[in-house]
Structure formats: C-alpha cells, structure tokens
Design a protein around this ligand. Sequence first.
Ligand SMILES: [Zn+2]
Length: 225
Amino acid sequence: MQVGKHKVVVTRKSIKHLYLRVKSAHQVEVSAPRHWPENHIRSIVAERSDWITEQQQKLATKPQPQPASFKNGTRIPFEGRSYTVVLTQTTGRRNASLKDACIELKLPQPDDINAAIKLLDSWYRTQLKQRIQQLLQVWQPVMNVAASDFGVRKMKTRWGSCNTRTGKIWLNFDLIKKSPQSLEYVVVHELTHLYERYHNARFYALMDKFLPDWRVRRKRLNHYE
Ligand SMILES: [Zn+2]
C-alpha cells in the first residue's frame, strides 16, 4: 500500500496492536491485527509519516556495510579512478590516506569492516569538501555569484541541489567517486541556479556561457564517471 510518499508492506497477524518498522530508505513494514480496516492502518501510518522520514534519512546516511566485498585489495572509486584498499593496523589514531594507486586505511582493528567503511566515508567527505571549496573559490568570482554556504549529503536521485531562497548549495556525497570534471560541472550547475531557479532556456544559456562543454560532462557523469 502507498501512504503518502511511503511504500508500506502490510502483514496481517493475530495481534492486538500495530507494529511499524522502517526496513530501508525505501520500505516500511507494518504488522497489523487481522480485523483492522485498511483505512485505520493508513491513518496510523500517515500520522507517523514525519518519524518514518526521519528514520529513513538515518538509514540512508549510515554507511551500508558490504562485509564480503570490503577487504584488502577491494577496488574503490575516487575522483573517477579505481584505487585499491589497503587495511593496516595502527596503535595510534585512525587515519586514511592516498598512496599511489592505493587508499590506505589505518585502524586499531583492520578487520573491523564497519569501522573501515566509516573511516573511508569520513575521508571521502573531507576530500569532497576540500574540492568543492576550491571550485567555489575559482568559479564564484568568474560567475559573479556566491553561495551562502554549501553542504555534502547522500542523495538518491540528484547530484546536487540549490536552495535559491537561502543561497545554500548541496552536493551529492557520491561525487567524490566521480571525475573532477564531473564535480566541477555539478558545482557550476548549482551556482547557475543562483541566477535562475528553473531549468529553462535562460538557465541553459547561462550554462553554455560558463561551461560550454557541460552537456558532455553531464553525459559522462550519468553514464560512468
Ligand atoms: Zn538543477
């Protein structure tokens, strides 16, 4: 059943109350008493809509561990290239660094996959923020606009977004995995929204002016890098 924006899977059971579980960023599971009318279930789920959204956002930002596929030698993307994970033990601070074709993750317990993924996530985030900062320094004066602030977050369907009211731009966390040209395209795209909110002729004319090859970059970004 669809309740607002939530996809809800309902299981009828011999129980007295309704139980609601947020299983993933996409799905909500509900156990409901057998005799309850569907409307009743619908209204309870609707009442808890904000809470569900909150739980889903928490799930979406959590690193998703893939135990079998994250170990020494695992290939991971960074700036449009593939790097090899090297897990090493340290008694000091956990730390991630780039070495030639490797990304070294130093941890107290290198076999702790969740800790390794968490460290990689925070390193990715720091790297991405630095690159965005550099791009803003280059592009804002060229375009004669300034974002009030920027942030990085995990987004399922978009590479970036711009709040034209506050002037804040958001960039997708996954952009650190894509080439620098792709990241640059998204930054310029979001800054262009500070001139024009909608994807209309004016918007595209501005993009053509600022970044004439933006169509090629968009295609590359959406297809592979
Ligand atoms: Zn846009």
